[in-house]
Design a protein around this ligand. Structure first.
Ligand SMILES: [Zn+2]
Length: 374
């Protein structure tokens, strides 16, 4: 199966505004790096369609969708709309493409759902992964919830059992709202404890559909490998899904400014390949990721992993130029990049001890998983 990459140019120059974490380019960097490395031939690329408002009503409240369209047209919202739909706030600002951009990500994920609903395949959609979006409200930089829309598209195509795995640094609260109590959905989320949105506690089962693993500060590659092999892979394999959706947010790496986790991008790529071995219908989405250099590298490497492409030790000049061309206005100097972020794609591994408290939490979920899927 030749993987497909769904992308669009709308992400290249779109920004949430001067100070916002999403003022940086991300998807365009992953595309530019992939092309510079010769990894993205035309035949594997699909332009993301923009979802029409009515198509979003499959999950989103029509009044909210209309408010989003109107916010883009007006460039502002009323106090009533701000309060009702959480739009025009510091986290969820009104910006120039505030409807078109999330609607394009939604359209890409719905296209991915339709493609995988029609037959086996591998689809990569790094603009997707907006896992905080709620039916009638923007939430956590997410205006629409494209993972939910992708999964509903799979359902519309006739598939029932879906495993959703989320390794973003933040809990997937919006996806949990959508599939709470659904016996044919398994949601596994690994996220930093004591961090916004403060949902997804170890004991929160979402009506029996979720395995939530809050992880401590400083999570290292060895701990993520343990989580992958002791929890994620066996739980998904036992669930025997018809399709797997992986939200591969890039904000759990050491250099990310929005989490205190300490993974290298190798950890993410290893999850990508382990889950790919479990299914013939595989959708990989993006998500968070707020350091422009690390997010582009991680997401280009996901594409390499899906295609079993060799990642070179040193980037060729064209790819290095992509990295050197990025900037990060307003970032603290302590977060400025090491030279390796310009010249390589793969991080050095970040191993460490597997802490006992993490082993204990995984054991709780292993026991619950046995009940869930047994
Ligand atoms: Zn995140």
């Amino acid at each position: 199966m030749t993987p497909l990459f769904i992308g669009a140019e709308i992400y290249r120059n779109s920004t949430y505004g001067g100070w916002h974490p999403l003022r940086i380019p991300r998807v365009s960097t992953a595309m530019d790096l992939s092309r510079a490395l010769g990894w993205l031939p035309r035949g594997q690329y699909r332009v993301s369609p923009r979802a029409k408002p009515a198509a979003l009503h499959i999950w989103h409240d029509p009044a909210y969708v209309a408010a989003l369209v109107q916010a883009e047209a007006d460039g502002t919202v009323s106090d009533a709309v701000r309060a009702r739909h959480n739009l025009g706030t510091p986290s969820n600002p009104v910006f120039g493409e505030v409807f078109r951009r999330p609607a394009t990500a939604a359209g890409g994920s719905m296209l991915a759902g339709a493609i995988l609903g029609a037959g086996p395949g591998v689809v990569y959609h790094p603009a997707g992964g907006t896992h905080h979006g709620l039916p009638d409200r923007a939430n956590g930089f997410c205006y629409l919830n494209d993972p939910v829309l992708a999964m509903l598209s799979l359902r519309q195509a006739g598939l029932r059992r879906i495993a959703y795995v989320d390794i973003d640094a933040h809990h997937c609260d919006g996806v949990a709202v959508a599939f709470r109590g659904d016996p044919d959905v398994l949601m596994i989320s690994v996220h930093e404890e004591k961090r916004w949105p403060f949902t997804g506690g170890l004991e929160e089962t979402e009506g029996g559909s979720a395995l939530n693993l809050p992880v401590p500060r400083g999570l290292n590659d060895a701990e993520m490998a343990f989580i992958r092999d002791a929890l994620i892979v066996p739980a998904v394999a036992a669930f025997a899904p018809e399709a797997i959706v992986l939200q591969c947010g890039a904000d759990a790496v050491e250099e990310d400014p929005l989490s205190r986790l300490a993974l290298s991008n190798n950890a993410h790529w290893a999850v990508v390949s382990a889950l790919g071995a479990l299914t013939d219908r595989y959708l990989v989405l993006g998500g968070g990721g707020y350091n422009p250099w690390t997010v582009g590298r991680l997401w280009a490497g996901v594409w390499a992993t899906l295609n079993a492409l060799e990642i070179p030790e040193r980037l060729p000049p064209e790819a290095e130029a992509v990295q050197r061309g990025l900037s990060w206005a307003g970032a603290k100097m302590t977060r400025m990049p090491e030279p390796a972020l310009f010249t390589t794609l793969r991080d050095a591994p970040r191993p460490g001890p597997v802490r006992d408290m993490l082993r204990a939490r995984v054991a709780v979920l292993q026991a619950r998983s046995a009940v869930l899927v047994g």
